[in-house]
Write a protein that binds this ligand. Structure first.
Ligand code: APR
Length: 248
């Protein structure tokens, strides 16, 4: 039995969407949880067992390139073994329904792309892309999950094209995402704890620019007091419900 207030809230969101010209969906690790990809800060999340300062930063990589390479190979293996879930597909469906639409994702798991979403701003990079820290040449590691550091022909180390703590976000992606957030009618924040900046600025920019901000999360977050509506539940269940009502 669905919670009636959830249904009423979804009806309000569908009403806003029915007159929206521009929609943005901002996502975090929670949107991939139902695909089997671990999040970071849930009680079974990656940062409960591992330390970001030992794995997700450049100095850690230089200090222990084998360890960091092995960890990212492990994560790349998981992301290539899982499938997009109904939440990813609902977001890809949504793209077809609005004049202006984009996804702004913090995820590096390539699942939005695989679900068919076209317009994506990748704020934290993409694990499918790897490059040499010396000559910057891209290296295709598809299907290659090395547990030790990989060297480029130039002698440089190959690293994942993801944004590590302390690194700048790709400027073009960030600027595009800010412009989209500031010029949309409805802004979804899906499956993110909204605690990592500057990515977590996005829902704030949207709200300050007059967008109707909808949070989809299994729990309340730092953002909840700021959102117009928080839809409590799994994104893989709630987003398809919204699409179904939109299509009626
Ligand atoms: N549906 C919706 N939300 C979910 C689901 C689900 N099925 N499962 C978990 N969540 C929510 C959790 O309640 C939490 O709020 O997803 C959120 C995941 O939060 P984090 O683990 O902090 O992930 P994220 O917000 O993406 O982290 C941001 O931190 O470590 C860095 O670079 C990393 O991009 C990442 C950034």
């Amino acid at each position: 039995m669905s919670n009636p207030s959830l249904i009423e809230q979804i009806d309000t969101v569908v009403e806003k969407l029915s007159i929206a010209k521009s929609v943005v969906v901002f996502t975090g690790a929670g949107v991939s949880k139902e695909s089997g990809v671990p999040t970071f800060r849930d009680k079974d999340g990656l940062w409960q067992k591992l330390k970001p300062e030992e794995l997700a930063n450049f100095n850690a990589f230089l200090k222990n390139p084998d360890r960091v390479t092995e960890w990212y190979s492990h994560r790349r293996k998981i992301m290539n073994e899982v499938q997009p879930n109904p939440g990813h597909y609902a977001i890809a469906e949504m793209e077809k329904l609005f004049e202006k639409f984009c996804v702004i994702t913090q995820n590096v798991d390539n699942l939005h792309q695989r679900a068919g979403t076209k317009k994506i701003f990748e704020l934290h990079g993409n694990l499918e892309r790897n490059y040499c820290i010396k000559c910057k040449k891209l290296r295709d590691l598809k299907g290659h999950y090395s547990s030790t550091a990989i060297k480029c022909e130039c002698g440089g180390l190959i690293r994942p094209d993801v944004v590590w703590f302390g690194e700048f976000l790709p400027q073009d992606q960030y600027a595009g995402a800010v412009a989209a957030a500031e010029n949309c009618d409805v802004f979804f924040s899906v499956g993110t704890s909204a605690v990592v900046y500057p990515a977590a600025n996005m829902p704030i920019y949207a709200r300050q620019s007059g967008a109707f901000v909808v949070e989809v999360n299994v729990d309340y977050t730092e953002l909840s007091h700021y959102a117009n509506i928080t839809l409590l539940g799994k994104s893989g269940e709630i987003l398809p419900m919204i699409i179904k009502k939109l299509r009626v």
